[in-house]
Design a protein around this ligand. Structure first.
Ligand code: HEM
Length: 396
């Protein structure tokens, strides 16, 4: 039987044969710790929408994993994603308001300049590393701009983010736990200074996301702890995921020459292509929910209080939902993939992520239409987040 904490040989490289087996043979796959892996599209879609039977609160799961007094516990149980109403509704409303279309539109010219600068820097090189030189360099700057964090102070953000999200992996070493806890503490100390500074010099709350988040702490908004932990969440949520979107897309285009040709012939297809990259190689491969009642799914009894691992990667290749699911079809429409989940917890940053994908991947292809990967590509080695740690390439 499939074991999420010890997946079969070759799973990190190519999980899709295992996902196919799960969908066909064990759509509700029991795990040794009493949790279940769910892999069919229709089941995930239903679970994401039904927030009465399937909840997001993770205190029960995180207490033994992190310890209730740990910084990781405080962080992950205060961020909106691992909460239900009323906290989730209140924090989400503030976030959606802060990341309004005006605030996001403002970021686009800076994003174009950033991408164009990175492409200029790569232009002169014979070989490049697409994660370090490109995909990994974009999201951190974009979110830094979103929260208006001084550029010279952004250095540690990437490692904090990797450590805190890395602590969500199904299996953790003591070293990973320590690194995660240390990172939450350092991140909060860092934000205390930034928030104090913004309080004394507020920006325009219509377009300055941090000012908006701070100002709502009066009257029904965010408490001090909620403010820090949810700022950390925004910085983390949009970081590794978006790096992976860009990196995965650039790798996919080298494996599917017909898709690359179609995009080069018709660059306006980049909009549907971004969603197809998200479907084919979903940056976030797993979601989680907890059951509030006993239920039976595909003849398997799932007791109340069970942790469900929702395999987004498997659902997004489900032939019952998508024609020819293993083919990258850049013009695919409709494309109701679950890469951003679904229901009331649907990703708050999806417009920003799509904008980053469209500009980064589109401009890269325009500048280097015949790039090729060279040897040395290395997967990130995680189960929850799917992407590359290294992606060496030749540009011409
Ligand atoms: C390609 C990039 C991205 C992917 C694949 C992605 C994926 C997801 C997924 C699957 C969820 C749902 C988690 C769950 O409930 O189980 C989520 C939630 C969220 N994402 Fe994203 N995300 C991306 C980029 C971003 C960006 C750029 C931001 C913000 C700057 C962001 C902010 C959020 C927030 C705030 C939530 C919590 C929503 C809630 O619980 O109501 N994400 N994201």
């Amino acid at each position: 039987m499939f074991d999420l904490t010890n997946p079969p040989e070759g799973f990190h490289e190519n999980p899709y044969p295992t996902y196919q087996w799960l969908r066909e043979q064990a759509p509700v796959c029991p795990q040794a710790d009493g949790s279940f892996v769910i892999s069919r599209y229709d089941d995930l879609d239903r679970i994401y929408r039904d927030t009465k039977l399937f909840i997001s609160d993770k205190k029960k799961v995180f207490a033994p994993k992190f310890g209730v007094d740990s910084p990781l516990f405080e962080h992950h149980t205060t961020s909106l994603v691992f909460n239900d109403p009323p906290l989730h509704t209140r924090v989400r409303k503030v976030m959606v308001g802060a990341m309004n279309p005006r605030a996001l539109a403002q970021l686009e010219p800076g994003l174009e300049t950033l991408v164009s600068g990175l492409l200029d820097e790569m232009e002169g090189k014979i070989s490049v590393e697409l994660i370090e030189d490109f995909a990994g360099a974009i999201p951190i700057e974009v979110i830094g701009n979103l929260l208006n964090i001084p550029r010279d102070q952004r250095g540690p953000l990437r490692n904090w983010s990797l450590a805190i999200l890395g602590a969500l992996e199904p299996k953790l070493s003591q070293e990973q736990l320590d690194w995660g806890n240390r990172s939450v503490e350092e991140f909060v100390d860092f934000l205390r200074v930034i928030v104090a500074e913004r309080r004394s010099h507020p920006g325009d709350p219509e377009t300055d996301v941090l000012t908006r988040l701070i100002q709502t702490d009066k009257g029904g908004g965010l408490s001090e702890v909620e403010l820090y932990q949810n700022c950390i969440f925004i910085l983390n949520a949009g970081h590794e995921t978006t790096t992976n979107l860009i990196g995965n897309a650039l790798a996919l285009l080298t494996e599917h020459p017909d898709a690359r040709r179609a995009l080069l012939d018709n660059p306006s297809l980049i909009t549907t292509a971004v969603d197809e990259f998200l479907r084919m190689e979903s940056p976030n491969q797993l979601g989680n929910r907890l059951t509030t009642q006993d239920l039976t799914l595909h003849e398997t009894v799932i007791p109340k209080g069970s942790d469900l691992h929702l395999s987004i990667g498997a659902a997004n290749r489900d032939p019952a939902k998508f024609d020819d699911p293993d083919r990258l079809i850049v013009e695919r429409k409709p494309n109701k993939h679950l890469a951003f989940a679904g229901g009331p917890h649907t990703c708050v940053g999806l417009t920003l992520a799509r904008m980053e994908g469209r500009i980064a991947i589109g401009r890269f292809l325009e500048r280097f239409p015949s790039y090729q990967l060279t040897s040395g590509a290395k997967r990130g080695g995680r189960i929850r987040f799917r992407g590359y740690a290294r992606l060496p390439a030749q540009l011409n």
